[in-house]
Design a protein around this ligand. Sequence first.
Ligand code: AMP
Length: 116
Amino acid sequence: MSTIFAKIIARQAPADIVYQDDLVTAFKDIRPLAPVHILIVPNKEIRTVNDVTPEDEQMLGHMFVVAKQVAAEMGIAETGYRLLVNCGGDAGQEVYHLHMHLLGGRRLGPVLARRD
Ligand code: AMP
């Protein structure tokens, strides 16, 4: 089942696309959690990290290269940023089309709160 991200990649749904090539598309998150919040998404529909295969390795590495590039363009390369990928229910994945969050532009705090 396709998600809204497939439509955004095909430019059939609105989004603020900041980068696109043959392998990935990067666009602004609609509900940003930080001044910079970009999603870097494979053009190929992959549901979760559990569904990646060895043949995806080039694209997966490319996601990092694009993240670095977009971070620099957004002016947060030096101040720092966080790259985050949710997988499945316990991680709170909402959209089942693999994506990497690029977050920055403020102090982000700890990744997880301690429960003890
Ligand atoms: P995740 O919880 O990792 O699945 O994150 C999904 C992200 O997609 C959330 O941060 C949403 O705000 C974002 N999102 C959902 N729909 C859209 C959309 N149409 N355009 C941009 N971002 C979206």
